[in-house]
Design a binder for this molecule. Structure first.
Ligand code: FE2
Length: 464
């Protein structure tokens, strides 16, 4: 291209970008097949029961302490409790160690669970590959994981993000795209709504089991960090099931006590250079409630010199311009948004709305009943809000958007996909969103994040 045509190209490129920006953002015109998502049948390969008597299935791991030296190993044995032992060892080491867990069962209406094992392994070395085995006595299966590097301000680390996955053919495509993303996610931040078993008659908990077998191929090898969504509540008084979160809390343990939380629905972990706060959209969050008091004490503890990146996960988004679940996150936003600005949260990830959306850095905290100031304004101390509720579950895409696109909304698109948040150092992180209809390496949306504590410049004014 000659210099003049380069100039023309750049000029019009900038004008077009400017026009898009002034209109408040981009609504993607990407056209996809809009068809119903169908659950994979019970006899799918994806749900295959491993061979062997009482073979462990639904194996998954999550962080088991506050800093990443612990891992919770969970698995299900179908026939009998069997051994609660985990044998684990460092790669290239002959020194095998042993940990013992506990076994749980629960009933849900006419369903009785198999034997659910949870075992916390502690005092692991950082940045080390470990092998582990479960199922002693009968069929033993072997897996591995890699512990994160020691917590520190400039430790690179890559998180994947999936929400509202379910167990459809589309869900399987989403998980495959995450697994094959060349950025190689090291830990998955799961944004709530797991199995969608509650879409079946009597919340058929067999669909909790199939979901556990579906995700094992990833979750047995890297930690999935759990956020509770509305499909985890399983509150069904019409069939006598009145204890909220019963299947979820039996099947998916989290290290909530390590962050002085009193319930497994809100907690925090440190991992590499990130401080991750998980909140519950479906537990009380008003003033004086346990979650409120915990978050109030938690935020001042975050030391950005140790963990520069402050990430919050919650299922229900606070900024959502789709006509699905519109304003459902509003009451929690009213309670906590001023804290997020005060403590300079870098990014808030949510699910719930089955689509994708990324916001400007905005806040809406000036309103005081009489002043009329109830519109989001640009705020460099505020987080970016990202909705990644597009895992592919049976309920299908949210493709009906509010019009016009609000000024705070930078990009929105109704496609299935997943996202990646790749921390480079204390100042920069690279974020990307990947739609299922593209190749594994394609980024449909991306953004360089500048850390709010170390480099609070306006990302949207910089070349990107
Ligand atoms: Fe949801």
């Amino acid at each position: 291209m000659g210099s003049f045509s380069t100039f023309v190209f750049l000029f019009f490129g900038l004008v077009l970008n400017g026009a898009v920006f002034c209109n408040g953002g981009k609504t993607s015109s990407y056209v996809r097949k809009v068809e119903k998502s169908v659950d994979m049948p019970l006899d799918s390969d994806t749900f295959k029961v491993p061979h062997g008597y009482n073979a462990p299935q639904q194996v998954h791991i999550t962080q088991g302490d506050h800093v990443g030296k612990g891992v919770i190993v969970s698995w299900v044995t179908p026939n009998e409790p069997g051994s609660n032992k985990v044998i684990y060892w460092r790669e290239n080491s002959k020194h095998k160690k042993k940990a013992r867990g506990k076994v749980y069962t629960y009933t849900y209406y006419n369903y009785t669970s198999a034997y659910i094992h949870h075992c916390t392994i502690k005092h692991l070395e950082f940045n080390t590959k470990y092998y582990y085995k479960v199922g002693f006595g009968y069929t033993v299966r072997k897996f591995w994981f890699v512990t994160p590097p020691a917590v520190g301000p400039d430790v690179p680390y890559t998180f994947g993000l999936i929400g509202d996955l379910g167990q459809t053919f589309d869900s399987n495509v989403t998980l495959t795209h995450y697994e094959l993303n060349p950025q190689k996610g090291q830990t998955l931040l799961y944004l709530g709504d797991l199995s969608y078993a509650d879409n079946y008659p009597n919340h058929d908990n067999v669909r909790w089991d199939t979901w556990g077998r579906f995700i094992e191929r990833s979750a047995a090898y890297q930690p999935w960090i759990w956020t509770a969504g509305n499909h985890e509540i399983d509150f069904a008084p019409e069939i006598g099931e009145t204890k909220p979160f019963k299947p979820f809390t039996h099947r998916y343990h989290v290290p909530y006590r390590a962050s002085n939380s009193t319930a497994p629905f809100w907690y925090s972990i440190k991992r590499a250079s990130a401080y991750i706060i998980v909140l519950s959209s479906y537990s009380a969050y008003g003033k004086y409630t346990p979650q409120y008091r915990w978050l109030q004490e938690e935020l001042p503890k975050v030391n950005r010199t140790e963990t520069p990146w402050l990430i919050v996960l919650a299922h229900s988004p606070w900024y959502n311009s789709y006509n699905y679940h519109y304003m459902e996150g509003e009451t929690m936003r009213v309670m906590y948004e001023s804290w997020f600005v005060q403590y300079k949260v870098d990014v808030v990830f949510a699910g719930h709305v089955h689509a994708y959306e990324r916001s400007e850095r905005v806040s809406n905290i000036a309103y005081n009943i009489t002043n009329g100031l109830s519109t989001p304004v640009k705020d460099q101390s505020a987080p970016v809000y990202i909705t990644v509720g597009d895992g592919g579950n049976i309920e299908g895409l949210a493709n009906n958007m509010t019009e016009p696109q609000p000024a705070y909304s930078v990009y929105r698109e109704a496609s299935f996909g997943h996202a990646m948040f790749s921390i480079k150092n204390r100042t920069h992180a690279y974020y990307s969103w990947h739609r299922n209809h593209d190749g594994y390496a394609v980024e449909a949306d991306s953004m360089w994040f500048f850390n709010r504590f170390w480099y609070p410049a306006d990302e949207y004014l910089s070349a990107h």
